[in-house]
Design a protein around this ligand. Sequence first.
Ligand code: ZN
Ligand code: CA
Length: 336
Amino acid sequence: CHSFEYLELMKKNNPEYAQMFEQSEIYLQNYIASHPNLGKERAVVTIPIVVHLIYNPDSINHQLSDWQITSQIDVLNEDYRRFNADNIKTPEMFSSVAADIEFEFALANRDPNGNWTNGIIRVPTTISEFDLSDAMKFTTLGGDNAWPNKDYLNIWVCRLVYPTLGYSTFPTDSSSKSGVVVHYKAFGRIDCFSTKYYLGRSATHEIGHWFNLKHVDGDEPCCALDDGCDDTPLQAKNNQGCKEFPFSSISDCSPQTNPQPCNNTSDMFMNYMDYTYDSCMNLFSNDQRIRMLAAFNLYRTSLLSSQALIPPTSFSNDIGITKVLFPDELIYGDSM
Ligand code: ZN
Ligand code: CA
């Protein structure tokens, strides 16, 4: 994931953004400290999604099917509710802090103009590969413009330059760039493109950043920085591939010069915010949940009044026009 490279780029190009980002962490920590009951009351929130699929018309692989896209939504609903079948693989040491985030996700039924949509926008492009410069987020640059991020989580799916699997903005970014980008090869629960990233966990991970999660290693070597969550052990570096529990990356930090106690029993390498393969990840933690809820309350509450998941009423009132515009509907049991 290149969210932190992206963040560094944003900071470099905009010193004010760097300052704002520093302050936002203090803001978030203060919010959590002053809301001790945060997360005690359980309430499921559904996040409306629009997927912008930016595809190369010359490559049949780029044209993900609607099924592949909805399989990604299924993965999000499993991972963020801890309904994932592989939750039994969480080591006992960490299972007591494994969390149901209580976020659900659904493709939009209504576009910004109030018209019916299936939440999937397909846009052909002449750009062969996209990078961190955000071109996929702008129609004039070969991508597709965002829908208003107060009402939608925008996800752009496209071919990304190697080795980027995806990246996300953080909640401090409320511009039209706000959203998540995922390589088409890692999107959805598919196994035809990748043997490592075929379970849809790249989007699970990136949306974690969109809700202000950091990588479990804090993106600093040898435990110099924590990820802002007490229940994820300090971790010396990010983990790649798959690991056998218990595993600690501390051995990569010798001689250990950092004063922080970094000698954990095991890294939480199976956390969605590490870098391991999809099949080796299976949890978010309670403190990550609190961070996400705080980020939601501070930055994303407009989604609660979004109309995106309410199908337009004219749709059901005018069956004649409905059929002409949306013949696909006939597949799903026509009452006539
Ligand atoms: Zn990441
Ligand atoms: Ca931690």
